[in-house]
Design a protein around this ligand. Sequence first.
Ligand code: TEU
Ligand code: CA
Length: 549
Amino acid sequence: MESFKKSCVYQIYPKSFRDSNGDGIGDLKGVLEKLDYLKRLGVDYLWLTPFFLSPQNDNGYDIQDYCRIDPLFGTMEDLEDLIAKAGELGMGLMLDMVFNHTSTSHEWFQKALYGDKKFQDYYFFQEGVPGNPPTNWQSKFGGSAWEFSEDAGKYYLHLFDKTQADLNWENPMVREEIKRVIRFWKEKGIKGFRFDVINLVSKPSAWEDDEEGDGRRFYTDGPRIHEYLREIVVDTGLDADDMITVGEMSSTSIDHCIRYTNPLEKQFKMCFNFHHLKVDYKGGDKWSLMPYDFEKLKKIFHTWQTCMAEGDGWNAVFWCNHDQPRAVSRFGDDGKYRKQTAKMLATVIHGMRGTPYIYQGEEIGMTNGYFTDITQYRDVESLHYFEILKEQGREEEEIYRILRERSRDNSRTPMQWDGEGQAGFTSGTPWIGVNKNYEEINVRESLADPDSVFFYYQKLIKLRKSFRVIREGNYEPVLVKQEGIFAYKRRFQKERLLVFANFTGRPQETGGNENLEDWEILLSNYADPKIHGKKLVLDPFGTVMLYCC
Ligand code: TEU
Ligand code: CA
């Protein structure tokens, strides 16, 4: 069996993880300091978000040089050290490859600006006059996706910030450059790669306005995407068994994700999709609030889990990352039932078919940052939308309410290591504020309590390694009609696994056709799960994982 199926990946946002030299910015040496902690949790891979040379307009997702380390984060030696020490502890490093776009400070773009035709072909430069962009497409961060450059006298395409210019994958030279970067890092001993918004790289052959939307339907899972990905993967040997690859797929479909990950296609080992994280977007708009739609969430998971298994595809399964608010704040209770919620959400994900991802701080139940003033925000997207929502005439109070729930900065506050000043993140002034609750929620506290969220995650990671049904079992939704309850069954040969989760703050009676007294309780977030024959009473945000063979 492929090793990634029994693995668990831990995502590190280096800037906010641990600062080793007191400049307020987390760094590679800081990660090195915490390897024993990560080993103790039991994870197999560490995915580090970009630390390459960058002007940091989008916190490193705007790359100026793919093969150099930004001095903010350390040196090449620090990275080599980290690869070696993590390797000794049995953990592989995964890098974040941002190949949809480069920073406009990248040498290629700079040459393009000053008229070098070869490099203009690396991007999408289009003739035009200011005020009349080639299409009406919108940037994901707000505003037009085209920027007019005075220097070049042309427009260029940017699906994200205007300092992130889209690369032209149609050009074989661009694809060769990308392969060179991958080979460079592979030779350094990197064990895996995450590919940023990779399903957006194949653009249509003609530029046309989108009368129905923001343009995404023209370039999402675009015309040559599968061909491109196979070429990159095969030519750089990323299809090898000991390499882990994950594609970040924006607004994708199940059929495409099956193709991206079915082994016969030789593309990726797994992919991320975000449909389950849009269930609180009113009318599909991230900036319109509504309570999350639990039934929809349930349906999305049930459908994806079932169909991916049928098509022999493989998903990365997760709640949190550096772009999402904290899951305990979003899908449960981050006050009285914070720990129960954290454990319940973890059980749902870690019992699923797929490779589970943990985002730093999730394993101690960290909550949203809940900033109250615009000066506290750092994220380019939040800062843009603060202005955009103001221009739409919304009240400041409402805008703050929206940012408090939706800002990506909610999950970018520093990792909470202990209850001392700046939560043990830095001895200086952190680049972004520490969450006010650090005295109560931190690693030191978690490690001192055998019943903590941390040790619960540790158990879940071990269970995946011990039970084939968790790794390889099929997936069957159960109790689909019961409101507030999420439940599923997994089967592998004679082994069976049942997961029940109560997404509400009140006790719920549940159960199915099985006599649960015959089953072994693998894990629960309450000391005494109440099982009587076929019936099970789940406490508020309660969960139980059962096994039978
Ligand atoms: O994010 C891709 C992406 O489309 C979103 O998750 C995005 O942050 C969200 O839609 C905004 O509402 C990836 C990275 O994870 C993100 O941090 C980068 O900003 C983005 O690509 C551009 O590289
Ligand atoms: Ca530092």
